[in-house]
Ligand binder design. Structure first.
Ligand code: PRP
Ligand code: URA
Length: 210
């Protein structure tokens, strides 16, 4: 596995992903779990945020103490399902700007189609964290990162809760410079390009649609 891929092994993340998979987990609980997992993964994915010492006066004395430095964060959910992860990251970095990339997969070809994209402008100086719970064929993730780069994004992380090996490879091959955070690497895709064992259709389960 390349140095740019981080597969989560924290027991809390694994436990919550197992609860997500359960077909009996309803919409309300599913949403909460997606958000909680995003927070736990965000804690890991943001561990290399740069710090700078600033002067703070405590009730005892003045000292130099570290705070997050310069580079600002942009969170970019891939619609729809990525929206479910946004609040989880905002709970860690409430001042982050938010972009949106709207893509849907064609049911027959499984290729992504773009329908809405708006990013914070300018974006070149920001750390960008793209969010999508599912990395299946990788088509959506590759298109989203293509779009971010076309608009000047340079420092990009991609965070997904479940990945198929096929999609992870496609994303790594297309964008070897980005860091990829995966909650769990599943076995394979099925003939409909769904992840096995997966959790079904993430967007439908978050929004209660079918
Ligand atoms: C799902 C998921 C990803 C994409 C993954 O979205 O949220 O965006 O499929 O599949 P891929 O890796 O094969 O591209 P979908 O297109 O179903 O849209 P939705 O989030 O609006 O339900
Ligand atoms: N999109 C989903 O929501 N689930 C899958 O298993 C594959 C793509």
């Amino acid at each position: 596995m390349s140095n740019n891929v981080f597969i989560m092994n924290h027991p809390l993340i694994q436990h919550k992903i197992s609860m997500l998979r359960d077909q009996n987990t309803g919409t309300n609980e599913f949403r909460k779990l997606i958000e909680e997992i995003a927070t736990l993964m965000g804690y890991e994915a943001l561990r290399d945020l740069p710090l700078e010492d600033v002067e703070i006066t405590t009730p005892i004395e003045t000292c130099m103490t570290p705070m997050i430095a310069g580079k600002k964060l942009a969170i970019v959910p891939i619609l729809r399902a990525g929206l479910g992860m946004v609040n989880g990251i905002l709970s860690l970095v409430p001042t982050a700007k938010i972009g949106h990339i709207g893509l849907y997969r064609d049911e027959e070809t499984h290729e992504p189609h773009e329908y809405y994209c708006k990013l914070p402008d300018p974006i070149d100086q920001r750390l960008i964290v793209a969010l999508d719970p599912m990395l299946a064929t990788g088509g959506s993730a590759v298109s989203a990162v293509d779009f971010i780069k076309k608009h000047g994004g340079k420092n990009i992380k991609f965070m997904c809760i479940i990945a198929a090996p096929e999609g992870l490879k496609r994303l790594q091959d297309a964008h070897p410079d980005i860091q990829i955070y995966v909650g769990h690497l599943d076995r394979q895709l099925n003939e409909n390009a769904y992840i096995c064992p997966g959790l079904g259709d993430a967007g439908d389960r978050i929004f209660g649609t079918k």
